[in-house]
Design a protein around this ligand. Structure first.
Ligand SMILES: NC(=O)c1ccc[n+]([C@@H]2O[C@H](COP(=O)([O-])OP(=O)(O)OC[C@H]3O[C@@H](n4cnc5c(N)ncnc54)[C@H](OP(=O)(O)O)[C@@H]3O)[C@@H](O)[C@H]2O)c1
Length: 288
């Protein structure tokens, strides 16, 4: 049986949708049954478990041979995902697919706590004795949803990312499509790490595409990291999240998310990655 941990998130729900489309009925491990029904559908098989709860997670994953793990940013994400890996192993799992971060922001000494956590989790997974596959998607197109109010109300995108910097964005639906296929074929993907993205663009271009789609030209406002940090703090965002987002934008400015690699989507999913134009069309309602 397949399980998806983090099934109600951006990527998790895309994985579940793809698995269902491929004829599977995965077990969705969630913490909120009402949210699961709302975003995954009432017919979805669910088990409730907190990421930190070892006994609960082991019980939830009983009988699941193949487990997909994607959880959110969180200062405890290393402890949480390592807990899920150990619980899955104890519950009889054989193969784990983990969503990680961009390669340039992962390591024991990187600035981002989240990047340090991914490094620890990856190392733990590789030594777990289980079969594994690590997915390293580009920067999510869906991050732009955080700008939806600016776009709707003021016709602006305001970010600490250079307007003309190449960025290799990916639609989370592509990660879902790739992830579901990788989960179904451990024999083919065991021990592999896939870095993948859509076709490279720039935030200036992305703003233009969204503006054309909603019929309202957008202004791209590039702010400094210091301005972004002050803005996030004034909105009472937690310090660790502000630090993480600043570190990602800093690394991004140095090209950490500029490497285009569309081949894994082409090879594993069998089609081209979703374009920014398609993304803008599909989520037009959020911006207008
Ligand atoms: N954003 C990017 O551009 C980007 C790029 C590359 C890689 N990544 C990586 O992608 C991952 C984030 O993916 P995402 O955006 O799909 O995540 P997400 O939307 O934040 O979803 C996180 C999932 O984890 C669940 N969760 C969180 N805390 C939990 C807890 N204590 N117990 C049980 N479940 C819990 C959430 O449940 P609820 O729905 O109940 O909250 C949700 O299902 C991160 O590892 C990040 O480093 C992100």
């Amino acid at each position: 049986m397949y399980a998806v941990v983090g099934a109600t998130g951006n990527t998790g729900r895309a994985v579940v949708k793809e698995l269902k489309g491929l004829g599977e009925n995965p077990l969705c491990v969630v913490r909120d049954a009402d949210k699961a029904r709302e975003v995954l559908g009432a017919d979805t098989k669910t088990a409730i478990a907190e990421l930190d709860d070892r006994a609960g997670m082991e019980k939830a994953l009983a009988g699941c041979k193949r487990v997909f793990i994607v959880t959110g940013h969180n200062p405890k994400s290393d402890v949480q995902q390592i807990n899920v890996i150990d619980a899955a192993k104890a519950a009889g799992a054989e193969y784990i697919v983990k969503v990680s971060g961009g390669r340039d922001v992962i390591g024991p000494d990187v600035e981002s706590v989240n990047g340090q956590a991914h490094y620890k989790i990856e190392e733990h997974l590789k030594k777990s004795g289980l079969q594994w596959c690590i997915l390293s998607p580009g920067l999510f197109m869906q991050n732009i949803m955080g700008q939806a109010a600016n776009i709707k109300n003021d016709g602006k995108i305001i970010q600490p990312w250079p307007k003309d910097l190449p960025v290799a964005l990916i639609d989370v639906r592509d990660t879902g499509a790739l992830g579901a296929r990788v989960l179904r074929e451990p024999g083919k993907h065991n021990g592999k790490l896939y870095s993948f993205s859509g076709v490279s663009t720039t935030f200036g271009e992305f703003a233009k595409v969204i503006g054309e789609t909603i019929g309202k030209p957008l202004t791209y406002v590039e702010i400094t990291l210091e301005q972004a940090e002050a803005g996030m703090k004034s909105r009472n965002m937690p310090d660790w999240l502000v630090a993480h987002l600043v570190s990602i934008a800093r690394a991004g400015g140095k090209g950490a998310f500029s490497h285009e690699n569309t081949q894994p989507i082409r090879d594993i999913v069998g089609r081209a990655p979703i374009t920014t134009k398609q993304f803008a069309q599909d989520f037009k309602g959020a911006f207008s």
